[in-house]
Write a new protein. Structure first.
Length: 627
């Protein structure tokens, strides 16, 4: 083994050890939440629903026993449940004592207030149906960690195969190989998008599409996938989150590509559901026969408790027939699909067992832990990463693991070590040029340009696109509500809505409604977001505009944009402490959501001790018209 091979293995071994730290930390946090944290706090944090109404149960098209549950209170709190996450049910007696039911379950589908959960057995269903004052909470996700540990181990120990060569290219000095055929021209793309698609097509090993805010990363990625499908029969498209998978899948379907989506979408409508594995499975001509056989097996099993031996052979024969039909349907669905789309963890789905792909596309790669990427990389010969490492990082809860480098992504590694594989998209189509300029200079070496059609976009004549409302000396003090609730600044929240009200009055109600001018209010802190939502609901002035408002955390606004954005920064203290406002990638996301108007509210004396906020404050102050 060469010294370099050893070094690449040690790098991944370090990732493995840091992932172990994160695993132990998250497992211990879950244990403490389960044993110590009250139900009300879990509900407020979005990790529990209580109380629940238990609805109908049935066998779904994949022959899983499922039950519907509905939350009946606190329906305005955003929750963290999503497809595939493990959950557990509990009861709470009148004294507040919590007892967990004797089984774990998995989310099959969830929207705002309704969840469909996969139940492990009929006995578990009876236990749930008999329970009173029942709730549900997220369970520790052992499965996804196991997948990441397995994938890292395989990458570390790989020898003489494609996985080993990709590992050594990504982390070593082995050069990236390229094809040399003539470029394809895409006149509907701008030059940097055109160059990015060609770089993807030429790559034999890896390509990176670096897409700053508003630069058409999804458009470019869809084009790259579409062109790749002229050369390959099928590709695998993954992302860290279900929402990102949905977004790219929908754009591919709009382009006429046959997509097979493994996992349930987060936004459920007929178009989204139509390309899911479950819906395609039950639409297959052989499904009715399979459903009848499965029903017959269940009925025979009920009888079989009395006459087990007599029915055993019959059930066994029916099972063989059901298995053959299921394999046939799955083969047909996989054979028809040009794109298989799933989360990185979803790429370990049994349907994909033994399947190899020429190309794997990972969208939002800068938000994925390296270990998660290796789950999918094992299945592919070449890798295309798309995202922006100057925006939201992966979520790492253990500070020691984060400091050690667990949040350093595979995309960051390749951007640094293999710059020849990277394409930067340079023309943005979202923001007024002055809003874009600060982000461009701080994060992208001043390389971004505003497309001519958005360069001077604005709502009001002679308006200033960016305004910092300095709350210094306005009695806007932050409060700390404890680890689970974070920080809040109520006076600043009220001031934020006063600013919004004033701006709405300047534009005029009728124009806002006619032109559907939309507004986003962002705060890095969940407690501030919830307080802002309460204030808006209680303020009659805002009622006609509710359908045009979004209030969310920075993470909740990733990938979105609004005509007008207000940001409440919350922090105001004598020590200049700004907590996770130190993560400048989050602020890059926040300030680049605005198309035409950006209003930042914050205590300049607290924030400008940090060079980033000092520069931002000076930049915005410089826009003020002369008195």
């Amino acid at each position: 083994m060469t010294k370099e091979h050893l070094q690449t293995q040690l790098t991944l071994q370090r990732q493995y050890e840091l992932l172990r730290l994160e695993y132990e930390y998250e497992k211990e946090t879950f244990r403490q939440q389960t044993e110590v944290m009250g139900v009300a706090r879990k509900v407020k944090r979005g990790i529990a629903w209580y109380p629940l109404s238990v609805g109908r149960s049935y066998y779904n098209s994949l022959n899983q026993l499922v039950v519907e549950v509905h939350r009946t209170e606190d329906t305005d709190i955003e929750h963290n449940f999503e497809f595939g996450r493990p959950i557990c049910f509990f009861t709470q007696n009148l004294e507040g004592r919590v007892k967990f039911l004797n089984f774990t379950s998995t989310v099959s589908y969830v929207d705002d207030n309704r969840m469909v959960a996969v139940i492990p057995s009929a006995g578990a269903l009876l236990e749930l149906q008999a329970a009173e004052r029942v709730g549900v909470q997220l369970y520790f996700d052992e499965y996804t960690y196991r997948l990441m540990f397995e994938a890292l181990s395989q990458a570390i120990n790989a020898k003489g195969n494609r996985l080993a060569s990709l590992r050594d290219i990504f982390h070593g000095s082995a050069p990236t190989a390229v094809y040399t055929f003539a470029p394809t021209r895409f006149p509907w793309l701008n030059p940097s998008q055109d160059a990015a698609v060609n770089k993807v097509l030429w790559a034999k090993d890896v390509a990176v599409v670096h897409g700053p805010p508003g630069t058409g990363k999804t458009t470019t990625l869809v084009e790259a996938i579409y062109e790749t499908l002229h050369r390959e029969n099928q590709v695998l498209v993954c992302a860290q989150s279900n929402m990102a998978v949905d977004w790219i899948s929908e754009k591919l379907v709009d382009r006429g590509v046959n997509v097979l989506r493994i996992g349930n979408p987060t936004r459920v409508n007929d178009k989204m559901l139509s390309f899911t594995y479950e819906r395609r499975f039950e639409s297959h001509p052989d499904y009715a026969q399979l459903w009848s056989i499965r029903k017959a097996i269940r009925e025979l099993q009920q009888q079989g408790r009395k006459n087990r031996e007599h029915l055993h052979q019959k059930i066994s024969a029916l099972r063989d027939r059901a298995t053959a039909l299921e394999i046939g349907i799955n083969n047909a669905l996989m054979g028809e699909a040009r794109v298989v789309a799933c989360t990185l963890a979803g790429s370990a789905h049994r349907l994909l067992a033994g399947t190899r792909f020429g190309t794997l596309f990972i969208d939002e790669a800068a938000q994925a832990l390296e270990a998660a990427c290796w789950i999918a990389i094992r299945k592919a010969d070449r890798i295309v990463l798309a995202g922006d490492h100057c925006q939201l990082p992966p979520t790492v809860k253990c500070q020691e693991a984060a400091r050690g480098g667990l949040a350093h992504t595979l995309m960051q590694t390749i951007v640094k070590r293999k710059p020849e594989a990277v394409s930067l998209l340079k023309v943005q189509y979202r923001m007024n040029e002055q809003i874009m300029q600060f982000s461009s200079e701080w994060f992208y070496n001043g390389l971004l340009q505003a497309a001519p059609e958005v360069r001077h976009r604005g709502i009001l004549d002679y308006d200033t696109p960016m305004v910092w409302v300095n709350t210094e000396g306005m009695d806007c003090a932050e409060e700390f509500l404890g680890e689970s609730f974070g920080r809040i600044n109520k006076a600043e929240a009220r001031l934020t809505l006063e600013q919004l009200q004033t701006y709405i009055a300047r534009i005029g109600k009728q124009r806002i409604l006619d032109e559907r001018i939309d507004f986003g209010i962002i705060s890095p802190y969940k407690a501030q977001v919830q307080y802002l939502r309460q204030l808006i609901r209680r303020t009659a002035f805002f009622k006609p505009y509710m359908h045009l408002f979004s209030v969310n955390t920075v993470d909740g606004f990733q990938g979105q944009e609004r005509d007008v954005i207000l940001i409440s920064l919350v922090r105001a203290n004598d020590e200049g402490q700004i907590g996770f406002l130190n993560d400048l990638r989050r602020m890059n996301v926040a300030i680049t959501r605005a198309r035409m108007k950006l209003v930042v509210l914050g205590d300049a004396s607290t924030l400008t001790r940090h060079p980033f906020y000092r520069r931002l404050y000076e930049y915005m102050e410089g826009m003020k018209p002369a008195e």
